[in-house]
Design a protein around this ligand. Sequence first.
Ligand code: PLP
Length: 385
Amino acid sequence: MPGFELIGKEEFSEVKSVFDEGGILFRHSFDHLRNGVYKVQEFEKSFAKRMNVPHALAVTSGTAALRVALAALDIKTGDEIITQSFTFVATVEAIIESRAIPVITEIDKTLNMDPADLESKITDKTRAIIVVHMLGVPARLKEIKEIADKNGIPLIEDTAWGCGGYYNQISLGTYGDIGTYSFDFAKTMTTGEGGMVVFKDKNLFDKAAAWHDHGHENNPDLPRWEDSRSCSGFNYRMMELQGAVGLAQLKKLDYVVEKQRENADLIEQTIADLSIEMRTVPDGSFETADALVFFVDNNRTARKCRDALLKATLGTKILPEAITWHFAGTWDHMQELVNRNGIDLINAFPKSIELLNRSVSLPIAINMLDNFPTKIRDTLMSVLK
Ligand SMILES: Cc1ncc(COP(=O)(O)O)c(C=O)c1O
């Protein structure tokens, strides 16, 4: 489990320095009162450097990051945005909030977007594709990017779970055109609440930066309250205390991912001979190992695994229990999904539900007790024997 396990004196010291140097909590202005301290700006620069991408924009959440990414692409009413059936509601909420139509693909055994289904869902109204690296395993980015490029459609990577991972040695979030990240409290690195959007293209970055700040262009030749603007926008600005925590957490990111991978490997080796099938991981993947997912025979067995793991105070992460928040087939409260896929939404994505129903996801901690893998094995054995 993630960066919150390591929150401590480094984050405190970064936050303290904001107060020591004048206590300016706004990311802009107040230049004469802040002794050169601009934590959000510094966080953006450091994040861009770590991800090897030219532009990064800090925002208030991973949901805001998706909304801002779509605003940068000038998404209009009725445009179609394709994403996958297994994701958190936020991905589809951002599409609906942009007045666009969410179009949902099936997933495959990577539990991410099925490239073949993606191809069949593209129409002349498709304006963007949002692929999600669920639970830290990269999607089939090569195939998906090829399809996106062939059709001239921008690719957004929802990297809420993939921060710190790679695909073919390229940081997740930077393979496509735009990458979004979440720093909520359950993520690989956290600022409590917060997010980041990264861009290769300066024009898209400039649009996003203005849109997330009421349209402010932050023209260096004008005082902020006389600033120029060319579009309306909203307020998704990150504040200085989050930027300060982010700077400290970013320094821990590689350690977090390395430790999670090590612990996930240990668990995988320990349960390797059980009658389970591990989730497919595409070639070239460097997972964040936020969770370790395997398939069992059916939903009944998956639920039994969950109950046994809970009883043994081990627990599961999202699957099979939290499917209602993470599978589009259950979101009949979203009229846009019902309109497009019919009232029998739960059966609209049969391949996805078949896989999700028999998935079990084990949470991976940084600070894992030595006996954790064997405890997991013994507990699963009691169900799968
Ligand atoms: C796939 C995915 N996208 C977006 C988000 C939204 O992030 P946030 O909680 O920071 O708004 C989440 C949060 O869990 C997520 O899992």
